[in-house]
Design a protein around this ligand. Structure first.
Ligand code: NAD
Length: 537
C-alpha cells in the first residue's frame, strides 16, 4: 500500500522518473511516507497513475496530493517527457465536433478567485442563462469579495467554499452544477479538470490546462470516457484581429497558409517577484509566488497558448493538419537570477530562490506540421519589451501581423489605413459583429475575454460543439514540456503527440460565423442599479 501511494505521489510530482536527493515532505504525503534516498532514480508506473486517476475516488486522492503540494512547484522531468511523447494511444470517442443536449440554464461553479477569477465572476454575471451557484478559493477574502459583487448587482448568493487546499473538491462534488470554471495556479489545472469530468461536470480551465504530457493525455482520456467538454480558456482566439485574420484565412485571402508566428512577450519581472497580499482579492501578485516557482524549476516556453492558439486555428491544426515535431532553444537567464539575488540580500522572504536556476529569458520554439507548414512560438516574460503576441500569418498571397501595429498585406504592400478599414468592414466575422461592441464595454483584455465567455455559454445553451475541445487544450499546452525537453537537449527535435489519434484527418474546423446559436443575450448590469437587458441581435 505504502509503495502504491509512493508511486502515485511520484507520478503526481513529475511523471515517470524523479531524482531524489533530499527528504521530500509534502502535506498529506507527509503523513504517509517520508523518503530519504541519495541519487536514486525512481521509475514509477505511469499507466497505474493514469488508471488510478480514472475513477473518482482515486481522482480525489490524486487531486489531494497535488493540491496539497501546491506550494511547491514540481520540477521538470525530462526523461518522462520523452517517454510520454513517444507513447501510442488510441481514441475511445471523438470529442471533436461533439455536442451535448442544450442547457438553457448553465449552472456554474468558479474556483480560484484571485486576479483572473474575480474578473471571470464579473464577466459571467453579464451573460444570460448563467447561474453562478458556487464560489471557491482557499482564501476566504476572495470568496467574500466576489459574493459582495454578486450581491451588489442583484445576483442570488452563491454557495461558499474556502479555507483549505482541497476545498475545491467539495464544490466540484455539488450535484447541481453543469460547468466548473477554474482560474487557479497551473499545478491545479489538470487535477481540477479531471475531477470535474469524473464528477459529471463540463470544465472550462484557464491556460495552460496541462503542465506535462501525461497530464495532457489524462485530460484527453477522461474527456473521451466521460463525454464531458474540456475547454481550455484560450481567450486570444477571440481577439478582434485574430478573428479577422482567421476569417480571411478561411476565405482564402492569404492563399495557402505557409507559416505562422505567435508569442507571449510580456514583461512580468516585477509581478513575478511581487509579494502577494493574502488579505486582498486582486493584488497583481501571484498567490504563494506560484509563477516564480514555475519559472525557477522549468526551462522552456512555459506559456505558449496565447500566441499559438489563434495560429493553430488558422492552420486547422487537429482539423486537417497536425503538428509533427518541435525544436526549441532558450537564451540564458539575464534578469531573474540577478533580481532574485538583489532581493534576497534585502529580504529573507526571497531566500528560498537564491540558488534557483531560472528559465532563460527568451525561448524560441519551431514546429513543423504534417502538411509542411511551420509555426514559431516565442516566450519572454522577464526582459524589457513592449507587449507582443506577434500573431503573424503568412500565406502564398498575403500576410498579416498584429504587433507592433495591426498590418495586412494582400500583395507586396501593406494595406493603407483606408484599405484596412475596408478589410475590417468586409471580413469581421459575425461573432464580433454580434457581441463585439458589448464585449468592449464589458472589457477583459479589450473585449476578447468576454467574447470567449459569451461564446462558451452560448454553445452550451444551444447544444453546440465548443470552439476549443480537449485536443486543442492538450496540444497547445504540451508545447511547454516538449520545449523543456528540447532546450535541455541542445535543441534536438522531439515528436509532438497526436492527441486526436488520427482523427485530425477528418475533424472539421470550428464554426466562426454563428450559423447556429448566437441567441444568448448580454446583460448590462450596473452595480446597485437595475439590471438592463440588451439584445445582442
Ligand atoms: N487568459 C489570460 O489572459 C490570463 C490572464 C491572467 C491569468 N491567467 C491564468 O489564470 C490563472 C490564475 O492567475 P491569477 O493571475 O489570477 O493568479 P492569482 O494568484 O491572482 O489567483 C489564483 C487564485 O487561486 C487560489 N488558489 C490557490 N490554490 C488554491 C486551492 N488549492 N484551492 C482553491 N483556490 C486556490 C489563490 O488563493 C488565488 O486567489 C493562471 O492559470 C493564469 O495563467 C490567464
Amino acid at each position: 500500500m505504502t509503495q502504491r501511494i509512493h508511486r502515485v505521489f511520484i507520478s503526481c510530482i513529475s511523471g515517470s522518473y524523479f531524482f531524489l536527493n533530499k527528504i521530500l515532505i509534502c502535506n498529506l504525503y507527509f503523513s504517509l511516507v517520508i523518503i530519504q534516498k541519495n541519487n536514486l532514480i525512481m521509475k514509477s508506473n505511469r499507466r497505474n497513475f493514469l488508471k488510478t486517476a480514472t475513477f473518482a475516488g482515486a481522482g480525489a486522492m490524486t487531486g489531494g496530493l497535488l493540491s496539497g503540494c501546491a506550494s511547491k512547484e514540481a520540477e521538470s522531468n525530462l526523461p518522462a517527457i520523452l517517454e510520454s511523447a513517444k507513447e501510442s494511444h488510441s481514441q475511445r470517442f471523438n470529442m471533436s465536433g461533439y455536442a451535448v443536449p442544450a442547457l438553457p440554464v448553465v449552472r456554474v461553479g468558479i474556483i480560484g478567485l484571485g486576479d483572473r477569477g474575480s474578473e471571470a465572476v464579473e464577466r459571467l454575471s453579464k451573460i444570460e442563462g448563467v447561474e453562478i451557484m458556487a464560489l471557491c478559493d482557499k482564501r476566504e477574502v476572495t470568496v467574500k469579495e466576489s459574493q459582495k459583487y454578486m450581491d451588489r448587482i442583484g445576483r442570488p448568493a452563491a454557495k461558499e467554499f474556502y479555507g483549505d487546499e482541497n476545498i475545491w473538491k467539495k464544490l466540484v462534488e455539488l450535484p447541481d452544477l453543469d460547468l466548473i470554471y477554474t482560474c487557479t495556479p497551473w499545478i491545479l489545472h489538470t487535477p481540477i479538470s479531471v475531477y470535474a469530468m469524473e464528477n459529471g461536470k463540463h470544465i472550462a480551465c484557464e491556460v495552460p490546462i496541462a503542465r506535462t504530457i501525461d497530464e495532457a493525455w489524462q485530460l484527453v482520456e477522461t474527456s473521451e470516457r466521460t463525454k464531458k467538454h474540456c475547454m481550455m480558456l484560450e481567450n486570444c482566439c477571440y481577439d478582434f484581429f485574430e478573428l479577422l485574420t482567421l476569417n480571411m484565412a478561411r476565405q482564402g485571402m492569404f492563399g495557402d497558409i505557409i507559416h505562422g508566428e505567435g508569442a507571449y512577450i510580456h514583461n512580468l519581472l516585477g509581478m513575478n517577484f511581487l509579494k502577494p497580499l493574502d488579505d486582498k482579492q486582486a493584488d497583481e501578485a501571484y498567490t504563494d509566488m506560484w509563477r516564480l516557482k514555475e519559472n525557477a524549476t522549468r526551462n522552456g516556453n512555459l506559456y505558449p497558448t496565447h500566441g499559438l492558439g489563434p495560429i493553430c486555428q488558422v492552420l486547422n491544426i487537429n482539423r486537417g493538419d497536425k503538428m509533427e515535431y518541435l525544436t526549441s532553444m532558450s537564451t540564458f537567464d539575464f534578469s531573474m537570477g540577478p533580481r532574485e539575488k538583489e532581493l534576497a540580500v534585502q529580504d529573507p522572504f526571497y531566500a528560498p530562490w537564491k540558488d534557483a536556476n531560472f528559465r532563460g529569458n527568451m525561448n524560441t520554439s519551431i514546429v513543423k506540421t504534417t502538411l509542411g507548414k511551420t509555426i514559431m512560438i516565442q516566450h519572454d516574460v522577464s526582459s524589457t519589451h513592449p507587449y507582443s503576441r506577434i500573431h503573424l500569418v503568412k500565406g502564398t498571397k498575403g500576410m498579416a501581423r498584429k504587433y507592433p501595429n495591426e498590418l495586412i498585406a494582400l500583395g507586396e504592400k501593406w494595406a493603407k489605413d483606408d484599405e484596412m478599414k475596408e478589410i475590417w468592414d468586409k471580413y469581421t466575422p459575425e461573432i464580433v459583429k454580434r457581441v463585439g461592441d458589448m464585449a468592449k464595454k464589458v472589457g477583459g483584455h479589450g473585449g476578447m475575454d468576454f467574447i470567449m465567455d459569451w461564446r462558451l455559454i452560448d454553445c452550451l445553451r444551444n447544444g453546440l460543439p465548443l470552439d476549443q475541445n480537449v485536443y486543442d487544450g492538450a496540444l497547445w499546452s504540451s508545447i511547454a514540456p516538449l520545449s523543456e525537453w528540447s532546450v535541455a537537449n541542445r535543441s534536438q527535435s522531439i515528436d509532438i503527440p497526436d492527441f486526436t489519434c488520427g482523427s485530425w484527418k477528418t475533424n472539421k474546423p470550428h464554426e466562426i460565423n454563428l450559423e447556429t446559436g448566437g441567441t444568448t443575450k448580454v446583460l448590462e448590469v450596473r452595480e446597485a442599479e437595475v439590471e438592463m437587458e440588451v439584445n445582442v441581435k
